[in-house]
Design a protein around this ligand. Structure first.
Ligand code: PLP
Length: 415
């Protein structure tokens, strides 16, 4: 590295800033907790035994490394579309990073393993978390069961109604699901409630945050735990193709799977990155979850980032067919990568995601979660126009079992 081009991977600074974003905007009562967490995290980072236990659990409990799969049939299908349309390109080669094959069916478990090891190291005996769609709640309840710790999951009462199967899963795993009745009764309110619990019960409680957001050091530590995705993908594509990919693509809710894939490649100037936000019913309708493309700077959940908010700074509700993407904020590192132009942030509507969902089922025999279906929609847009020797890696961050009711509903099928 030369001093004229500092690494894009070195952030955040010591106070948690990525450019103008990030930081720790928290009540005074929370400050000592966050500083204590940071001290223990730094010690864990320096301890080879911590990393060894993390790696062992990822391998033997989660099932890593996840394969990097050449989606030959999808590649051929999009190349044919390109040829039929008389496009200049003839279809890039598409690889899927198969994180949907992880235990519990998504990438969230990577982060939960890391954080519960940290909780154990800090001597905490009670786990709390927030959840929206219930995916992070399930992953947290899973690791809490594995480590024998009681676990409380905060969930908006509206989400509890909408996500009955995941609520049941969490209960089977031994977690207590606490309904949050404040605000819009969804994810952001659940996160506020979890932060409140943490302040009250800090002596014994560890708060496992589900995405690369929250006050410093959460965005950094979640990113580091999820970066296993990008490190594996990097080694796997070098092995398969002998070179780095041309484009990385990932869906963005809070941004943890995307930053996990992107971060190990940030200093590779020739690797283009595309983050795909949920455009819901369309950006123009206002009913979307595109915090970068359709939001403005503000403070939420202890960090400065890009938010969906009204003129008075009130957080507005996010909309997406995919419950995992409808967070009104985004991790601060993405807000910064957007501001400096390193990552290209695009969006895909509910309809785009459904088209990509159906295509992947049909041509690859993979039922994706609706979140990565947004990433696949972007792949379908860009691949046909690219040359056949270009390489795309898309993160298949979750499987679609959880979404079959939503999809059946859209297709007018009664289950
Ligand atoms: C939760 C979830 C997301 C969104 O979270 P990020 O932090 O943006 O990764 C995306 N995909 C799946 C499958 C999820 O469960």
């Amino acid at each position: 590295m030369n001093i004229h081009s500092p690494s894009l991977r070195s952030g955040p600074d010591e106070r948690g800033h990525f450019g103008q974003f990030g930081g720790r905007y928290v009540a005074e009562t929370l400050m000592p907790l966050i500083l204590d967490l940071e001290t223990h995290y730094r010690a864990a980072q320096a301890d080879p035994a911590f990393e060894a236990e993390f790696d062992d659990l990822l391998k033997n409990y989660v099932g890593r490394p996840s394969p990097l799969y050449f989606a030959e049939s999808l590649t051929r299908h999009l190349a044919k579309l390109a040829a039929d349309a008389g496009q200049p390109g003839n279809g890039a080669k598409i690889y899927l990073k198969r994180d949907e094959l992880n235990h519990t069916g998504a990438h969230k478990i990577n982060n939960c393993i890391g954080q519960i090891l940290l909780a154990k190291r800090m001597g905490k005996t009670r786990i709390i978390a927030e959840t929206g769609a219930g995916q992070h709640g399930v992953a947290t309840a899973t690791v809490a069961a594995r480590f024998g710790l009681p676990c409380v999951i905060y969930m908006g009462s509206r989400d509890i109604e909408r996500q009955a199967p995941n609520v049941f899963r969490m209960k089977l795993l031994g977690a207590e699901v606490r309904a949050v009745e404040s605000g819009s009764k969804t994810l952001k309110d659940a996160m506020n409630e979890a932060l409140r619990d943490w302040v009250t019960n800090v002596h014994d409680t560890f708060y496992i945050i589900g995405t690369a957001a929250g006050p410093h050091p959460y965005p950094e530590l979640v990113r580091n735990f999820q970066s296993v995705i990008g490190r594996e993908a990097r080694a796997q594509i070098l092995e398969a193709e002998g070179r780095l990919p041309d484009v990385l693509v990932a869906a963005i809710g809070g941004g943890s799977n995307a930053i996990g894939l992107f971060h190990p490649f940030l200093d590779d100037a020739d690797v283009r990155m595309v983050g795909v936000e949920a455009a819901g019913h369309g950006l123009a309708t206002g009913e979307h979850a595109a915090s970068l493309i359709g939001g403005s700077p503000g403070v939420l959940h202890g960090n400065k980032t890009m938010l969906l908010q009204d003129d008075d700074g009130q957080i507005t509700e996010a909309h997406s067919i995919s419950a995992g993407l409808d967070y009104p904020g985004i991790g601060p590192e993405h807000a910064w990568l957007h501001a400096i132009g390193r990552v290209d942030y695009q969006s895909a509507t509910d309809d785009d995601a459904m088209e990509a969902f159906k295509l992947l089922c049909k041509v690859e025999g993979i039922i994706p979660a609706l979140e990565p279906a947004h990433a696949m929609a972007a792949v379908m847009r860009m691949a046909p126009a690219m040359a056949a020797d270009r390489l795309i890696i898309a993160n298949m961050c979750g499987r679609g079992d959880k979404d079959i009711f939503t999809v059946a509903n859209v297709l007018g099928v009664k289950l």
